[in-house]
Write a protein that binds this ligand. Structure first.
Ligand code: WT7
Length: 663
């Protein structure tokens, strides 16, 4: 593995530094941030990594309500792969997110649902949320779901999706949310891997003015799933849908029968809270498993410190609930703190590219969190869409999912933040549970494109990819790893602990390996460059090249496929596929299109290749291994610097590949 050679090293460049906006530190204009100087950050960070027991013990008591106190804050190690936090402690995540706020402040709005159509807004109070969650918990129990049973959730961005996650947490049934953009086949694989008993879904979704055939996809997926006894269907659009008598149940009918209080299950801090499938460099997607106490603390602590959440703030994360960002920053983080969270059903451009800005002005949003790909797309559509909206409620604007290029950062800062908000470029992963490298609004001067410094409890290191040795000092580039466990890190891969160890803990013994390459510049700022493995990131969606290759070779005409990530100004990376056909197969017209559809069908529309090239052969080593590095260079127009090609079995194929790609 090597740090991505396609990326330019900027460790020695002088980057502009943006100080903390003075407005944030002026008590007449803003509530004082929890951390309001770099020195304070340094002191707190030092304590968090040198005395994690003290730091996180205190924080866990401050931010969470435990039904039984913990005694041992931290247990286990990366060497043993047995990390656990807050042993002996018991707490229920749903109680922490709902009950304790509902009991104190039942009329406070928990969820603002902004529907697909901008005139559709629904507000749900904590009191109402407690009733809905209780009812659904009772429905699940009545259908035989017990503590420890997995529940699959395949839902559009509607409040019932949040209710579903919380109801599962309430009864101790780990949820596995599958992003509603996944195909039937992807859904099936995930439901089968988790042996889910129940699937919660909706008749249809609504996005950008169109209906999405959610339930139909579930039906296709379940043709080959024995574990599922019931499908609970929320009626979102009321369209005609297929129905399997005995298996399918209407949400509204079941809820009408259910009692509106359900006692939360006592959960150990280390009991699983959820699984979330994510792509790795090899094989099938992994069910990343998060537990209760540590995960919830990470989600809440990051909302508090990184978004500087203050009472009465309106917190808006634009991610989908099907990804970890939605879990931590729509649901668990904000609700644990008793915040009002915004659930956005639509897209940034529906009905116009002003949608985000109208949303912010309408709800007086204080924290806004989105992805670089959305920022780039909106920037491209022109400033006129963002101008003229009252965005003065904003204090912190965040970015997540991929490196943000300085041009997009500047635009976000100037046009959206008006130079008076903190911009937080937050780096983390499904596996880290919550943000791990990030600025803090009141404390850290930012450099566009850098995620800056580690969050509390995170002790990052850069390793030499070959020797695994720590790279000391500043101005270095290597692979990014973490030296000691933190509360919200994943504990295992569902049913496959050895895969967890092999992927994260064994590559560099004693460290958690992120899979990303990064630099630490001369000022100690971290710059995450991108993956060093076979994972590609398209619009913040994480995809495995080998999964796309497998989808392609399932087509009857394909002999072999090689997929690589190319640069794309809008989506960050994009998918390029090089395909060879079986010997007896002719290059039929429209074959590329058919192959593209094949990938959409097997994985989902977001995995659609940008380009498919039918080639006579791949660049291979003498032992037959495809040299994807060469394809990457050709696609990214760096073929004048192909490097060492002497190991290629047949270097003469290179010119034809170049012609194929660049004409
Ligand atoms: C991968 C994790 C957890 C957030 C959503 C994605 C890339 C994420 C940043 C950032 C540079 C970033 C990394 C990481 N990534 N945020 N701020 N700067 N790269 O979660 O699907 O688990 O993907 O996203 O490559 O490994 P995910």
């Amino acid at each position: 593995m090597s740090a991505n050679p396609d990326q330019v090293d900027t460790t020695s460049r002088v980057d502009p530094i943006h100080p903390v906006p003075s407005r944030l530190l002026d008590p007449a204009q803003c509530p004082t941030p929890y951390v309001s100087s770099f020195d304070q950050y340094k002191t707190m960070w030092k304590e968090s990594v040198e005395q994690p027991e003290k730091f996180f013990g205190n924080l866990a008591n401050e931010l969470l309500t435990w039904s039984k106190p913990f005694e041992t804050v931290r247990h286990g190690s990366f060497q043993e792969g047995d990390v656990a936090w807050f042993l002996e402690g018991e707490l229920n995540a749903c109680y922490n997110c709902v009950d304790r706020h509902a009991l104190k402040n039942p009329n406070k709005v928990a969820i603002i649902h902004e529907g697909d159509e901008p005139d559709y807004v629904k507000k749900i109070t904590y009191g109402e949320l407690l009733q809905e969650v209780s009812k659904l918990a009772n429905v699940l129990k009545a259908r035989g779901v017990k503590k420890g049973d997995n529940v699959a959730i395949y839902m559009p961005m509607i409040p019932e999706a949040i209710v579903s996650l919380l109801a599962c947490a309430r009864i101790g049934a780990p949820h596995s949310v599958i992003f509603a953009g996944f195909s039937a086949e992807s859904l099936r694989d995930r439901v089968v891997d988790a042996s889910a008993k129940i699937v919660i879904t909706a008749d249809e979704g609504r996005r950008g003015g169109k209906n999405i055939a959610t339930k139909r996809i579930v039906d296709d997926a379940l043709k080959a799933c024995d574990s599922v006894s019931n499908v609970l269907v929320y009626q979102r659009t009321g369209s005609e849908i297929p129905w399997t008598e005995g298996r399918d149940l209407w949400w509204h009918e079941e809820m009408a029968k259910a009692r509106s209080y359900c006692a939360p299950e006592r959960m150990n801090s280390e009991d699983p809270l959820f699984l979330l499938y994510t792509s790795g460099s090899t094989g099938t997607p992994k069910g990343v498993l998060h537990t209760t106490g540590g995960y919830l603390l990470g989600a809440a602590a990051t909302v508090k410190y990184i978004f500087d959440y203050q009472e009465n703030d309106i917190f808006a994360c634009m991610a989908d609930i099907g990804w970890v960002t939605g879990h931590s920053y729509i649901v668990y983080g904000p609700l644990t703190l008793g915040a009002t969270t915004v659930l956005f059903e639509s897209t940034p451009t529906y009905p116009t590219p002003a949608r985000f800005w109208e949303l912010i002005a309408k709800h007086k949003i204080t924290q806004f969190y989105t992805a670089p790909t959305a920022i780039r797309a909106l920037r491209r559509l022109g400033d006129q869409w963002v101008e003229g909206h009252d965005l003065s409620s904003l204090r912190v604007i965040g970015s997540v999912g991929e490196p943000i290029n300085p041009e997009a950062w500047d635009w976000y800062n100037e046009k959206v933040g008006k130079g008076r908000c903190a911009v937080v470029d937050t780096y983390w992963q499904t596996e880290t549970g919550s943000i791990i490298i990030t600025p803090l609004p009141g404390a850290i001067a930012t450099k566009p494109g850098s995620a800056t410094f580690p969050f509390f409890g995170i002790d990052p290191v850069l390793l030499d990819p070959a020797s695994g040795k720590e790279l000391e000092g500043n101005g270095v580039t290597g692979v990014l790893a973490v030296r000691q466990p933190w509360p919200s890190m994943a504990r295992t891969v569902y049913n496959n602990h050895s895969r967890f160890l092999d992927t994260y803990l064994k590559p560099y013994p004693g460290y958690y390996f992120t899979g990303d390459g990064a630099s630490r510049d001369i000022d100690g700022y971290y710059w995450v460059r991108g993956r060093v493995d076979d994972v590609i990131n398209v619009s913040g969606h994480r995809l495995s090249t080998s999964e796309i290759e497998s989808a392609l070779v399932l087509h009857h005409s394909v002999a072999e496929a090689a997929v690589i990530g190319g640069h794309d100004d809008l989506t960050g990376q994009c998918i390029h596929a090089f395909v060879t056909l079986k010997p007896n197969v002719e290059e039929a017209e429209g074959l590329e299109k058919e192959l593209s559809l094949q990938v959409r069908k097997i994985i989902g529309p977001f995995a659609t290749p940008k380009r498919i090239y039918l080639v006579s052969d791949h660049p291979k080593t003498r032992s037959g291994k495809i040299m994807r590095r060469i394809l990457r260079k050709i696609v990214n127009a760096e073929h004048h610097e192909l490097g060492d090609t002497s190991t290629l079995a047949d270097p003469s194929i290179i010119p034809s590949l170049i012609t194929k790609v660049h004409g």
